[in-house]
Design a protein around this ligand. Structure first.
Ligand SMILES: [Mg+2]
Length: 250
């Protein structure tokens, strides 16, 4: 994910460091008082990288989104509609970078993140290639809206190509983290020269802010606020980082 959205991470539980460093050391159990809302557990990274459940959720979500977009796109002319997806932890898997941060307490490191991004070898997450291919087969356009810095956009496009995510347009961050102006630009035809205005039929992301005008505060309301999820909004899990880290610990 982009550096400036990341909350600072505190000291990782010693047991996790021991497990990854393969060096014997006393195990210290974290007490409830020691757990903070921004603490990264090695479990977060392990679940994301190794669990069958993570893979299952990504596959089922993308399959559901593909089935739904086939219905939603009926009657739309080709190249007049599209979908908007986030990049990091939505179509691109950066968990290798996250794994590398675990021995350092999971703290975000801008130079390390930049090095990872510039390697351009983040793999596709499960289901993402099939979904984006299906959208294009149906006549839709695939738009990636990411808060990676604009200077990182060329390598991000290369990374997407390498991962077989065929995007018609990639919009990186320019002046604001807020994705809504870019969502609007895609829909009103001002996003890029010669790129048509699109009816956006679906949004997919791992952060609530990947969806128009949504923030963590949606959780304070009723379930009615989530009515578009499973219809035109599809959310993916990310236990490693996200805007949820700023929520009060309960
Ligand atoms: Mg993301």
């Amino acid at each position: 994910m982009k550096p400036n959205n990341r909350a600072p991470r505190l000291i990782l539980a010693l047991s996790a460091v021991v497990a990854l460093a393969c060096a014997p050391a006393p195990r210290v159990a974290a007490t409830p008082a020691a757990v903070t809302s921004t603490q990264l557990s090695a479990n977060d990274v392990k679940w994301s990288r190794t669990s069958a459940e993570h893979r299952a959720i990504f596959i089922e979500t993308y399959q559901a989104a593909a089935e739904r977009v086939a219905t939603l796109s009926a009657g739309h002319q080709p190249a007049t509609w599209g979908v908007i997806l986030d990049a990091d932890e939505t179509v691109l898997d950066n968990s290798e970078y996250e794994l590398g941060r675990v021995p350092f307490g999971g703290s975000f490191d801008a130079p390390a993140w930049t090095r990872w991004v510039m390697e351009g070898r983040a793999p596709a997450l499960p289901g993402a290639v099939a979904f984006t291919s299906r959208v294009r087969e149906l006549g839709g356009k695939v738009v990636i809206v990411t808060n990676r810095d604009d200077a990182e956009c060329p390598i991000t496009r290369s990374n997407l190509d390498r991962a077989a995510i065929r995007a018609d347009l990639v919009l990186c961050k320019t002046t604001t983290d807020d994705k809504n102006p870019r969502f609007d630009a895609v829909q009103n035809g001002s996003a890029a020269p010669h790129f048509p205005a699109l009816a956006i039929l679906e949004w997919i992301g791992d952060n609530i802010q990947d969806f128009p005008h949504l923030k963590q505060s949606i959780r304070d309301g009723s379930d009615d606020g989530f009515s578009r999820f499973g219809d035109s909004y599809f959310a993916l899990p990310n236990p490693m980082y996200g805007s949820w880290q700023s929520n009060p610990f309960m």
